[in-house]
Every structure is written in structure tokens, then in C-alpha cells.
Design a protein around this ligand. Structure first.
Ligand SMILES: C[S@@+](CC[C@H](N)C(=O)[O-])C[C@H]1O[C@@H](n2cnc3c(N)ncnc32)[C@H](O)[C@@H]1O
Length: 202
């Protein structure tokens, strides 16, 4: 399978059209709420949500005063985001297509990663890490939620923390202390925990 074919083996568009989206929490992610409460998101910052789907965090970032870009392969998901912004009288940049091929005009302050890394084929992970280093300015932050699961296959594909340390090496990323990495069980995916971690691009 080529890299290009790897990017769309799963029919996300049909899943959105059929409303078959068990990864959706139907509310803001508790990790997002925790980080927002801790003032980790600052007005004026530029944030990307890759593989944003219909996540409510885009509008919440805009309401918090950040400049938001959401990108997704699914036209249905992007149309939903567009409606949310219009209904709220808010603004956000929405990109339909392969986010791994996207490049911001100005480097970003922040990437908010929620069930995207676990959604792409593991063969694409290095391309994603490389894109993250291109997108973020030095000192920019990756707010990551690493999906934990024991079963093989996916999506979602498991993101064990030792594998994440290899993917995001200390030469390019500053990791938080172990006790700052917090588990957030997913209510609709059998309580599978996502590990919330903020990595800083060197
Ligand atoms: C599991 S869903 C998560 C959606 C959203 N982040 C959420 O938390 O509800 C994965 C999303 O990634 C999108 N996606 C997968 N590969 C992509 C790619 N190469 N470029 C952009 N979006 C992609 C899918 O269309 C889907 O919306």
C-alpha cells in the first residue's frame, strides 16, 4: 500500500453521514475543560485541530479568543463545523482534505490532538510527527490525548506511552513529568483511557 492509499483506507465520510461516530463524546472533552480552566489556552494564539470531525472544541477555542483552524477529510464534518461557527457568529478557518499535506502561512502556537493520531494508520505516524514539527513554532505546544488500548488493529490504533516517546523524541519535544500525564476514560469506547499530555516543540 502506498502512503497516499494509507491516508484514506477508512471511510470517515460515510461514518459521519450515517451518524456512526462512537468516538464522539457529545460534549467538550474533560481534558480540554481542564486545560482551559488552567488557562493553558491564551487569547490570540493560533491553534490547529487536525482531523477535527464534529468536535465541539473548535467553537470553544474561538469563543476563548484563539484563531482556530480545523481540518478534516470529511465534507460532512467540515460542513457541520461551518454551521456551528455561523450559528454562533464566530469565525474559524476550515480545511477539507488531507491535513498531513497542509501548511500554515504562519507557524502555530498550539495543536490540539483529539482522537486523530489513533485514527490514522500507524504507518503515517512519522509523517504526522514531521508535520507537527513544521506546523508549530519553537516553543509551540501539542496538547495530545494518546488513546490506550490493548486490542490489535484499529482505528482506533493504540498509542502506548513508550511508543509515543519514540515517536516524539526528546531531541525535538519536551515531555511533561510522568505525574502530569493524566488519564481520561472515554465514555463510549468501553472506558478506554486517553492520556492527556502537553508536549513542547523544541
Ligand atoms: C476518530 S475521528 C475524531 C474526530 C474528532 N477529532 C473528535 O474528537 O470527534 C478521526 C477524524 O480524523 C479525520 N481524518 C482521518 N485522516 C485524516 C487526514 N489524513 N486528514 C484530515 N482528516 C483526517 C476523519 O475524517 C475523522 O473526522
Amino acid at each position: 500500500m502506498t502512503l497516499e492509499e494509507d491516508r484514506t483506507p477508512f471511510d470517515w465520510e460515510t461514518r459521519f453521514r450515517d451518524d456512526d461516530t462512537p468516538w464522539e463524546r457529545g460534549a467538550l472533552h474533560p481534558a480540554f475543560l481542564h486545560w482551559r480552566e488552567a488557562k493553558a489556552f491564551r487569547p490570540g494564539e493560533r491553534v490547529l485541530i487536525p482531523g477535527c470531525g464534529r468536535s465541539q472544541e473548535l467553537l470553544a477555542f474561538a469563543n476563548a479568543g484563539l484563531t482556530v483552524t480545523g481540518a478534516d477529510l470529511s465534507e460532512t464534518a467540515i460542513a457541520w463545523q461551518s454551521e456551528q461557527f455561523a450559528a454562533a457568529g464566530q469565525r474559524g478557518d476550515l480545511v477539507t482534505g488531507d491535513v498531513l499535506a497542509w501548511q500554515p502561512g504562519t507557524p502555530l502556537d498550539l495543536v490540539y490532538e483529539q482522537t486523530f493520531l489513533c485514527a490514522i494508520h500507524p504507518r503515517l505516524r512519522e509523517a504526522y510527527e514531521s508535520a507537527l514539527t513544521r506546523w508549530l513554532r519553537p516553543g509551540g505546544r501539542l496538547h495530545a490525548l494518546f488513546m490506550q488500548k490493548d486490542e490489535r488493529g484499529g482505528p482506533p490504533y493504540g498509542c502506548p506511552i513508550n511508543v509515543m516517546h519514540d515517536l516524539f523524541p526528546e531531541t525535538r519535544w519536551i515531555w511533561p513529568a510522568d505525574d502530569e500525564i493524566q488519564p481520561w476514560p472515554h465514555p463510549r469506547l468501553n472506558g478506554k483511557p486517553e492520556l492527556g499530555a502537553v508536549l513542547i516543540r523544541r
